[in-house]
Design a protein around this ligand. Sequence first.
Ligand code: CA2
Length: 152
Amino acid sequence: MFRIQIIHGPNLNMLGLREPGIYGRQTLESINASLGQEASNLGVALSVFQSNSEGALVDCIQATFGHQDGILINPGAYTHTSVAIRDAIAAVGLPTVEVHLSNIHQRETFRHHSYIAAVAVGQICGFGADSYRLGLHALIKHLEIKHLEKKT
Ligand code: CA2
């Protein structure tokens, strides 16, 4: 069974409570519940973490080493600023999928660049809460392919 760490960055705990026009009406709790349902259907084990603090996110990424098989992360605003989160992902070396609710490429120029993209398997953005579900599927598929490659 694949073990996947879900990580939500700053302010995502506010989902559903403010700015529904950009980020939708679903709360983080309901996104996590849907992901949990999806994971049990797909037979994968999920751990979920949210923090507003960069250091706590780095600690969580470091703690995946030896305990998880992949990471699904929405780094929030740290996407556009955090060399520390990028370095932590590179350091643990786990397949990582970056997700965003909004299409960051359609928004302000400062959101177009992601420090995370270069160390991620791929990026999914613009599908609202569904970005997480799509990202989970993409990560599992990637892990399955890697697993099969190891065996042959
Ligand atoms: O689209 C995304 O998922 C983002 O990662 C969300 C971040 C933003 O800084 C990124 O550029 C794109 C912001 C999350 C803020 O979430 C809120 C939720 C409700 C109310 C206010 C903020």
